[in-house]
Design a protein around this ligand. Structure first.
Ligand code: HEM
Length: 497
């Protein structure tokens, strides 16, 4: 009996000693992380030093834009977002991160691909390997080359116009129609044929697949193992999200393989034009499928907020109409071309201001601090970030920095008409900066110019009571969208006025 007590006593004391050691170790780690870690000089909530959970939570909720705003208001230009993730909202900080070729993309980009195998351009980590695809792609998508796409844009715009004019009461959900337009344009530009959704006025299988792919991309970028969770899940919604990427690839493959060269032989982004850039068909299919995501909601969101902001301001709308009326439509059938309107100053200022206040990619573009570390500077402070830490600009906040823009949250296109400071130029980054900026920028501008000019010359836009600042407040999914999921605007044909 005594022996038994002795053994138990020893076991208990061993267990107690082990527990005490473990508790001391945990305490040491917590104290070390909170007060002695190499990032302790970076301002931010204490919780961010030990967990990524707050960041994950706000990504899932879609309110990261507002959360980043609050963090910067409280902690300044440079903030600790996660234990190994630092964000800055200074233009100078953005320049430091994105204009240097030595910063590679963060592991985040591994999660936004199409699964195993080849990566698409957005995912390629370093400037050099991305450059091999980017350089020829930029030539293919150069402004002069894109003239050939203008008739394609107009063809879809005709269907769009017919569609919105048929909406009862001419109260149009612009979000729905602009998304349909952008999806049809990019699918025809990439696959050689659209999916006819614009003609039906409804989201179809393709759009649902793209929406699911974007949701899946967002969730798998923040929830570890999300792919596996979906794959093993009994819930049909999760399994549908997971299969969306494969579905998109299948549509991409079909588009490329059934591309009709006899109809559009010299098409800008035709498979035979793009194929030499890629080592095999799989890479080409992945790239073109990624265009479907990168090149759709980005353009439609810009056009949406442009129309909304203009519709809110009758005086500006009339000024813009007067300016657009000075442009002669030189395209076939007297259609507006990019060249007709791209130099109009107020028109350009309105688009720039829309992209400043409502950036389609509003959140973070994470990179890894290089081996020597880097200093994130702003006029107020500069903080050293050691090697391997993820660094990023908080884009929406950088573009509304109160030190750079007067009345930063006001839509004031005139700020771009005179006295544009270097700080303003530096802080305007809707397409990102440097060697990994948007490769589809020129295509996006063509689409925005042509659609916006055609619509604003043709219609007077009004905001009905149901469309409010709250319903239009920005949420961040893969890209920016209005929180209500719609944007009803009233359209009145100009001639009828
Ligand atoms: C208003 C419209 C657009 C905006 C605001 C926009 C914005 C951006 C931004 C901010 C990036 C950098 C992403 C990052 O570093 O994580 C990017 C990259 C990219 N964009 Fe766009 N984009 C637009 C339209 C388009 C279009 C129409 C395409 C058509 C194909 C496109 C294709 C791409 C691609 C392929 C990349 C990856 C480039 C690389 O990693 O080197 N984008 N875009």
């Amino acid at each position: 009996m005594l022996d038994l007590i002795d053994v138990l006593f020893h076991q208990v004391s061993y267990a107690a000693i082990s527990a005490a050691f473990f508790a001391a170790f945990v305490l040491y780690q917590v104290v070390q992380t909170l007060f002695f870690a190499d990032l302790r000089h970076i301002p931010g909530p204490l919780l961010h030093r030990v967990t990524s959970f707050p960041h994950i939570w706000h990504v899932i909720r879609g309110d990261r834009i507002q959360w980043l705003d609050r963090l910067h208001n409280r902690y300044g230009d440079v903030v600790l977002l996660e234990p190994r993730f630092v964000v800055t909202c200074s233009g100078l900080g953005a320049k430091t991160i994105y204009s240097s070729n030595s910063l590679i993309k963060a592991p985040f980009y591994d999660t936004v691909g199409f699964g195993a195998g080849h990566k698409h351009l957005l995912q390629l980590k370093d400037v050099k390997s991305a450059g091999r695809i980017r350089k020829p792609l930029l030539k293919i998508m150069a402004k002069d080359n894109l003239n050939k796409l203008e008739s394609l844009i107009h063809r879809h715009l005709d269907i769009f116009i017919k569609g919105i004019e048929g909406v009862p009461g001419q109260k149009v959900d612009m979000l729905l129609w602009l998304r349909l337009l952008a999806f049809d344009i990019i699918s025809e530009a990439s696959f050689g044929h659209d999916f006819g959704q614009l003609a039906t006025g409804q989201f179809g299988t393709l759009t649902q697949t793209i929406f699911d792919s974007m949701r899946f991309g967002v969730l798998s970028s923040v929830i570890p193992g999300f792919r596996t969770i979906c794959l093993l899940s009994p819930f049909p919604t999760l399994r549908r999200l997971h299969s969306s990427l494969q579905k998109l690839l299948m549509l991409g493959a079909k588009g490329i393989r059934t591309y009709d060269l006899s109809v559009t032989p010299d098409f800008v982004m035709a498979p035979h034009v793009l194929a030499p850039l890629f080592s095999d068909e799989e890479s080409l299919i992945k790239e073109v499928s990624a265009f479907m995501i990168a090149g759709s909601d980005t353009s439609s969101t810009t056009l949406l907020y442009l129309f909304y902001e203009i519709a809110l301001r009758p005086h500006l709308q009339q000024q813009l109409f007067d300016e657009l009326s000075t442009a002669t439509a030189t395209g076939s059938d007297e259609r507006i071309t990019r060249e007709d309107v791209e130099k109009l100053s107020l028109f350009n200022a309105c688009i720039k201001e829309t992209l400043r206040l409502h950036p389609p990619v509003p959140g973070v573009l994470p990179r890894l601090a290089p081996e020597r570390g880097l200093t994130l500077g702003s006029p107020k402070s500069s903080l050293f970030v050691p090697s391997g830490v993820v660094v990023s600009s908080s884009v929406a906040r950088t573009q509304t920095h109160a030190d750079v823009f007067d009345e930063p949250y006001e839509f004031r296109p005139e700020r771009w008409l005179s006295d544009v400071t270097e700080d303003m130029k530096q802080a305007w980054m809707p397409f990102s900066l440097g060697q990994r900026n948007c490769v589809g920028m020129s295509l996006a501008w063509s689409e925005i110019y042509i659609v916006a000019a055609t619509v604003l010359r043709r219609y007077w836009l009004d905001v009905p009571p149901e469309t409010t600042p709250e319903s239009m407040s920005m949420v961040e999914g893969f890209f920016t969208l209005p929180s209500s999921g719609k944007c009803v605007l009233e359209i009145a044909p100009r001639k009828a006025q």
